[in-house]
Design a protein around this ligand. Structure first.
Ligand code: PGA
Ligand code: ZN
Length: 430
């Protein structure tokens, strides 16, 4: 079946931080359309596809007129008349057109919105929901286990605490819907506890409670109490996961813990985190050391990788080659997969396949700057990623994703909310 692209339109829309972003809409000869919106990060890895911004005075320099001109000009010209169902060829054409290693010329935001819009249009052309189009050939669909922020810190909360994400994973939940129910109770109870302690001060960038704590450990203690207050057994029912986002406060093996008022080296940070792993029911820890600290990541993975997910975000930037090399050197054991770090869906898919080939898990992830776009939920389900990370359990740019998962579970029919088996996670093998 042939479905040719007749028009490609880039329009400026607004993200969850109130900043401009790129939406691409693709129209086919038969009138079907597909559209997608580029997200944006705040704690970015240096090897990410470039989020192209105009600079200047308007909107704090965050305007995207240059990226939109690329979509409406060069990109539209290259895609016009092409077959929409050949994602690989169209993504390759976008990469070649850009011509830079990091998509700086056209803009990673222009390219990722377009690449995702192509997939939406192709699915529409075939009369399939996106997850099924992406999962072509697969039969064993399951839902990703939600990893949900309860307190937001680091760059998302004015560095109020050093750790960026204090999250929970409902490791004991029977299915996706129950994982959301348990998470909702923990989120609510964390708010109640904050209120009782006089610490309630709104929410951070991704909807997690604003971390008005005196130390990183105080946040961990509160999280533990919130799980208990909600009636769950920490570790058994609901476990803790952290994104340290250490690239934000460390360089060349030196780390500055602003909240704890300390400077420590790579070994000191690793020791502190291993101490947390011993004292708290933590099952996943992301970017425990900075992106330039491969030796530290190797040592940390050797010490903890048998029982927790050591998640690589900034270190691999959703890049297949980087994942293969990280795995070969024993640094980390789980890949965070963010389409806008790679720039195209084909490269994102290649990163996920590289993780799989290395025996790693994959966590499909949103960014701190998000929108109503739910493409990543379809990627997670279609491509069989075991986990999904989209920020907290509040604000509609986050809830849009969690809720889309409920719809996909229902679309899968009886037992459709099934999660990947517990034994397939490092914590389930303990
Ligand atoms: P970002 O943070 O979207 O602000 O980069 C998310 C993360 O570090 O995982
Ligand atoms: Zn991260």
């Amino acid at each position: 079946m042939s479905s040719l692209i007749t028009s490609v339109r880039g329009r400026r829309v607004w993200d969850s931080r109130g900043r401009p972003t790129v939406e691409t809409e693709i129209t086919l000869a038969d009138g079907k359309t597909g559209r997608a919106i580029a997200p944006a990060g705040a704690s970015t890895g240096s090897a990410e596809a470039v989020d192209r911004r105009d600079g200047g005075a308007a909107f704090g320099g965050y305007d995207v007129q240059g990226a939109l001109a690329a979509v409406n000009g060069e990109i539209a010209d290259v895609l016009a008349g092409r077959e929409v169902c050949d994602q690989a060829a169209l993504d390759a054409a976008l990469v070649a057109l850009d011509g830079t290693p990091n998509k700086a010329r056209l803009g990673g935001n222009a390219i990722v919105a377009t690449s995702m819009a192509i997939a939406h249009a192709a699915a529409a052309a075939q009369g399939l929901p996106l997850w099924r189009y992406l999962g072509a050939g697969r039969e064993d669909y399951f839902l990703p286990l939600p990893e949900v922020q309860i307190f937001g810190g680091g760059a998302h909360a004015g560095r109020r605490v050093d750790v960026q994400d204090f999250m929970v994973i409902a490791v004991g939940a029977a299915d996706y819907a129950q994982a959301l129910e348990w998470t909702a109770e923990v989120y609510r109870c964390a708010g109640l506890l904050m209120n009782e302690a006089g610490l309630l001060a709104g929410v951070a960038d991704e909807g997690g409670w604003w971390p008005a704590f005196g130390s990183n450990e105080a946040a961990l203690d509160f999280l533990l109490r919130a799980i208990e207050r909600a009636g769950y057994t920490p570790g058994q029912d609901v476990a803790i996961s952290l994104d340290i986002a250490a690239t934000d406060f460390g360089r060349k093996g030196e780390y500055t813990l602003a909240r704890d008022g300390r400077r420590i080296d790579s070994e000191g940070l690793a020791e502190m985190l291993l101490g947390w792993l011993a004292r708290y029911p933590i099952v996943a820890i992301e970017d425990p050391l900075a992106e330039d600290d491969a030796a530290g990541l190797r040592k940390f993975t050797a010490a903890a990788g048998d029982r927790v997910e050591v998640v690589a975000d900034d270190f691999i930037c959703t890049n297949a080659g980087r994942i293969a090399s990280a795995a070969a050197q024993g640094a980390c054991n789980t890949a965070l997969i963010k389409p806008n770090q790679a720039g195209t869906l084909s490269e994102t898919r290649a990163a996920l396949e590289a993780a799989r080939a290395a025996g790693w898990h994959s966590i499909v992830s949103a960014r701190s700057g998000e929108s109503e776009d739910v493409t990543i939920v379809h990627l997670a389900v279609g491509w069989g990623a075991k986990q999904l990370k989209v920020g907290s359990f509040a604000r509609s740019e986050r809830m849009a994703k969690w809720n889309e998962g409920l719809r996909l579970a229902e679309a899968l029919g009886q037992g459709g909310g099934r999660l990947a088996p517990r034994q397939s996670f490092p914590w389930g093998r303990k």
